[in-house]
Design a protein around this ligand. Structure first.
Ligand code: S3P
Length: 205
């Protein structure tokens, strides 16, 4: 799917109808609906897609970076500088442990959440885990927008990105029920793909 073409097609009305259909049937399946957990590397659009999914499903959204930042009353970057990465990772795990999700929800994670196996176990218990993926070239092109990410504040951010991505890919891959390519789709389309594909997954997988 090519980004942009979706909106230029004369079949826009039917595409919109299809989207409505999948959202409506999702609502009617609400009793059996599962939470949607977004994982993936920095810059893959987890936060924005999470907000779109929140709007489309009416589910409550939990964003672990937002929760940590609100709790400590400082941006993630400042938490890394003041307390270090290990403390941040501990906060991430504590946040996941303390989430009380009684109804289906949208859970948005940070790019490094999958590094701890305990986190992955918690996420998999919460709902369907969706990996927002992008190829390295796309992520590299977005890197200027990632300057607030502490782990890319190095002498060579592109090399850091490359190393982190290679190290993490297997973690995302083994944690995920569903993988969505964010390089070829815009955030609205990504949310639509998630809603459409999630319904076809066997329950409990
Ligand atoms: C991190 C990604 C960030 C944030 C923190 C650490 C990582 O979240 O949790 O800077 O280790 O990849 P985003 O993936 O939303 O950028």
């Amino acid at each position: 799917m090519i980004v942009g073409r979706f909106y230029e097609t004369p079949n826009m009305a039917s595409a919109t109808d299809a989207l409505q259909t999948s959202i409506l049937s999702l609502s009617s399946d609400m009793a059996s609906a599962r939470s949607i957990v977004l994982i993936g590397f920095m810059g893959t659009g987890k936060s924005l897609v999470g907000k779109i999914l929140e709007r489309q499903t009416g589910f409550r959204r939990f964003d672990t970076d937002e929760i940590i930042s609100q709790k400590l009353k400082m941006p993630i970057e400042a938490i890394f500088s003041a307390h270090g990465e290990e403390s941040f990772r501990e906060l991430e795990t504590e946040t996941l442990r303390s989430l009380s999700i009684e109804e289906p929800a949208i859970i948005v994670t940070g790019g490094g959440t999958v590094l701890r196996s305990e986190n992955v176990d918690l996420l998999r218990q919460m709902g369907t885990v969706v990996w927002l993926d992008a190829d390295e070239a796309t992520l590299r092109a977005r890197i200027h927008r990632l300057s607030d990410r502490p782990l890319l504040r190095t002498a060579n951010p592109e090399a850091s990105l490359s190393e982190l991505l290679e190290a993490r890919k297997p973690r995302y891959n083994s944690a995920a029920d569903l993988r969505v390519d964010t390089a070829k789709n815009n955030p609205e389309q990504i949310a639509e793909l998630i809603l459409k594909n999630i319904r076809d997954l066997p329950v409990g997988e």
